[in-house]
Design a protein around this ligand. Structure first.
Ligand code: ADP
Length: 510
């Protein structure tokens, strides 16, 4: 082959400017007789270094077998196109190139015209892509979620081992089958397909969605699965759907179990309350009888002048026992009515509530010379009579559980602060305090830490307070140092829950 003279100018322009390496060498000894700028850039050799020497002299070929195969093909066919070969730069760095070459005659002697493109960058990118694909494949192989690829008809094209395991199959066993057949409800298949196909791309241009469905395992068992899918559209292949499947069966079972447990607890609590209510209600009558006969007896004995000595003492015991029983029964009735007498939540000014409690305790406050201080208190959504009851109990306790030492001045502080999505209201005193091991016990029914003689009471007050707090979706806790005083903290959420079964009225009227 030779070039017509008219094209020579154009050819030398292309020779000089092409970014690829162009070389002309003699076939006889492989000596370069022309190299372009692209060759110098790519190989690292200067033009003077290369001209008059062969590629073998310069050590340009990385693998001699590759060179031989290339030259043999060239001599056989006269041409070679885009052969993938490895070369070595002057620096020793090895790179991949695509080499094309053609034989031609020059001055009656065979010469070789070769063009080489450096594809090091492409190879590097490809290697990186292979590494990240391998990493992705390992991830998909090992994640505990089922992953699968479907075509638009629902046929499973790919699945990871977790997908097969989820349905009780061997890895790969589901390939080629329809994912729609796994749905427990055959009617759902059509709806699911329609939903996936109708889904519009989101703001990021992705077509994604999720659904949960009951699916059938190989052994017939039903599992509840969440499917997060995304539609893959590629220019060079048919669209497919990649889905990640999460088995929710255990969560669903646990939730059903929890609901059953709560229902059972609510039911048995309700029964207990009704029982406590009936017992307390029915006890009132005999207590009244005892009280009235005791009164009658007292009057008779007095009129006969016989109320003295041991008889008077025994009658006192009888009366105080009956009084105490009556208080316990009244407290128990209050406790068991908390749910049934409950009012719907409304705005309640806790400042007003605490003021009216303070007024009702005015006598005790005056007698004990106590100081009751309050900071501004919030308006909350609550049941007002229950708030009155709660603060009445807390303030009564704060004033009551004080050292019996002469001259001691009880000091009670009521303050409020925001905490989370609600208010924390603290009632603190400088009283006798509570040992930490009793912090929980005191909130249980009938639990008391003291004898009646020093500190009379029924052990129901704090149980009432905690139930009120809980009914409002809040909490009631205590912090205390024995001998230093106690702080009771009531936390109330801004939005109390709407509780089921709060209609009331299913207990006998008192
Ligand atoms: P009661 O006061 O009728 O005994 P409570 O349920 O109100 O019943 O209180 C339970 C127990 O908790 C009390 O007997 C007392 O031992 C302890 N207690 C309650 N409030 C305080 C307080 N402010 N300081 C110290 N102890 C307290």
């Amino acid at each position: 082959m030779s070039f017509p003279a008219a094209d020579t100018d154009l050819l030398s322009l292309a020779f000089a400017t092409t970014p690829g390496a162009i070389t002309v060498s003699r076939v006889r000894d492989g000596v370069y007789i022309a190299v372009n700028h692209g060759f110098c850039e790519m190989s690292g050799f200067g033009r003077e270094e290369a001209l008059g020497r062969s590629s073998l002299d310069l050590g340009i070929w990385y693998d001699d077998d590759e060179r031989r195969r290339f030259v043999d093909g060239l001599l056989r066919d006269g041409v070679q196109r885009n052969a993938l070969c490895r070369f070595r730069r002057k620096s020793g760095e090895v790179f991949h190139g695509h080499m094309s070459a053609r034989l031609f005659d020059r001055d009656g002697e065979p010469h070789l015209f070769a063009v080489t493109q450096d594809i090091a960058e492409i190879v590097r990118a490809q290697q990186q892509a292979e590494v990240s694909e391998a990493r992705l494949r390992t991830l998909v192989e090992h994640i505990p979620h089922g992953v699968r690829e479907l075509d638009l008809s629902g046929t499973i094209l790919l699945e990871n081992p977790a997908h097969a395991r989820l349905f009780g199959y061997q890895p790969g066993e589901l390939l080629g089958t329809s994912a729609l057949d796994l749905l427990a409800d055959p009617d759902l298949a059509a709806r699911m397909t329609a939903q996936v196909l109708a889904q519009e791309p989101n703001g990021s241009g992705l077509t994604v969605g999720s659904y949960t469905a009951d699916m059938r395992r190989k052994d017939g068992g039903i599992i509840h699965v969440r499917v997060d899918w995304s539609l893959l559209r590629a220019a060079d292949r048919a669209p497919t759907i990649i889905s990640v499947l999460t088995d929710l069966s255990a969560t669903v079972r646990a939730e059903a179990e929890r609901r059953r447990y709560v229902e059972e607890l609510t039911r048995s609590n309700g029964e207990l309350e009704r029982y406590a209510y009936i017992a307390a209600h029915d006890l009132r009558e005999p207590i009244r009888t005892v009280t009235s006969y005791a009164q009658l007896l007292r009057r008779r004995l007095e009129s006969h002048g016989a109320l003295e000595g041991e008889t008077a003492e025994l009658l006192d015991y009888l009366e105080s026992g009956a009084r105490r029983m009556s208080t316990v029964v009244d407290d128990l009735l209050t406790y068991s009515r908390l749910q049934t007498d409950a009012l719907p939540f409304a705005s309640v000014d806790l400042g007003v509530v605490v003021e009216s409690v303070r007024a009702s305790l005015a006598r005790t406050i005056a007698e004990t010379k106590a100081e009751v201080r309050t900071t501004p208190l919030p308006v909350v959504l609550a049941d007002e009579p229950q708030m009155l009851q709660l603060f009445q109990n807390l303030l009564t306790n704060a004033l009551r559980y004080q050292p019996l030492t002469l001259g001691h001045v009880p000091v009670v502080n009521v303050s409020a602060a925001r905490r989370g999505n609600g208010w924390s209201i603290a009632v603190s005193d400088n009283g006798i305090g509570i040992e930490p091991q009793y912090f929980e016990r005191i909130f249980k029914l009938f639990q008391r830490l003291h004898g009646q003689r020093d500190y009379p009471g029924t052990g129901v007050g704090l149980a009432i307070c905690r139930r009120i707090a809980e009914r409002h979706g809040g909490t009631l806790t205590v912090e205390s140092q024995p001998g230093e005083g106690s702080t009771f903290r009531l936390w109330l959420p801004d939005e109390p829950p709407v509780l089921a079964g709060e209609s009331g009225g299913d207990q006998p009227a008192s």
